[in-house]
Design a protein around this ligand. Structure first.
Ligand code: NDP
Length: 259
């Protein structure tokens, strides 16, 4: 799985097609969408416009809450494939841990995985207790947990659990939805390397072994966010960024999400 990709939440079909095309031309190889983003068609279109061979790409989509359950998850997966215009996805995720349903949904994902139509299966927004519960019945362990992580919500305890379980950690809203880019410490570190605060944050994720999917619909920012492979933060700088944590969620807490 690539460690870096493009997120497309809150992007409409045509804009998504354009952003995906720019990203793939820039060198991105991973795209993160979801049924609920209502842009799977646009993502598929952007992929086709890029003319990059399918096997070089890594496409993620997600099972929405209303579709959870065994039969309904199988059906929702087929519909996602159809909208994307693909015959497999690289990663299929359960979007949120809907109580009483995620175990049945997971059975469907195991079946989809066995059929080869999802190369990797995982979850999103699962706390440690959700995973512990799921693991009581799962025959395949989730391979990825996509959770909210940025410098003001570092989630160190959950990351430590995932690492111990061998579950890859993927960050959503990795740039704090663009709301933390004026943070003086990030700007100061950026000045040393001639990089923006966004680039410093992306580097911080990568050096922390976190898979990162920054979203942008602007070509210049899509390129800027990719330009992070020619410098390295020091251990001290990583600590300084870790210290920005205030456990502040920008999205919902999975334990109080209104399903
Ligand atoms: P991000 O943390 O990626 O931030 C995106 C915001 O930052 C946008 O407003 C974007 O603006 C701006 N931005 C991006 N790059 C730059 C830059 N270089 N300089 C200045 N501003 C910049 O937010 P998201 O919430 O979109 O998270 C990323 C992805 O994670 C989503 O798109 C989605 O794929 C996934 N996600 C998954 C969730 C889940 O429940 N599993 C929940 C939320 C997100 P602009 O586009 O105008 O450039």
């Amino acid at each position: 799985m690539p460690r870096f990709g493009l997120g497309v939440w809150r992007v409409e079909d045509e804009e998504a097609a354009q952003a995906v095309q720019w990203a793939l031309e820039t060198g991105y190889r991973m795209i993160d969408t979801a049924k609920v983003y209502k842009n799977e068609k646009g993502v598929g279109e952007g992929i086709r416009r890029s003319n990059i061979p399918r096997e070089e790409l890594f496409v993620t989509t997600k099972l929405w809450n209303d579709d959870q359950g065994y039969e309904s998850a199988l059906k929702a997966f087929d519909e996602s494939l159809e909208r994307l215009g693909l015959d497999y996805v690289d990663l299929y995720l359960i979007h949120w841990p809907v109580a009483g349903k995620y175990k049945d949904s997971w059975k469907a994902l195991e079946e989809i995985y066995a059929s080869g139509r999802a190369k990797v299966i995982g979850v999103s927004n699962f706390h440690q207790h959700h995973l512990e519960d799921l693991l009581t019945t799962a025959t395949i362990k989730p391979m990825v947990d996509q959770i909210e992580i940025h410098p003001t919500l570092t989630q160190e305890p959950l990351r430590a659990y995932l690492e111990a379980e061998g579950i890859a950690v993927e960050a959503w809203s990795p740039l704090g939805q663009g709301k933390i880019l004026e943070t003086p410490k990030l700007i100061e570190i950026g000045q040393k390397y001639g990089k923006s605060a966004a680039q410093i944050i992306i580097r911080w994720h990568l050096q922390n072994d976190i898979i990162v999917i920054p979203k942008s619909v602007h070509e210049s920012r899509i390129k800027e966010n990719f330009d992070v492979f020619d410098f390295e933060l020091t251990a001290e700088e990583i600590e300084q960024i870790n210290a920005l944590n205030i456990d502040e969620r920008l999205g919902s807490d999975p334990d109080s999400f209104n399903f």
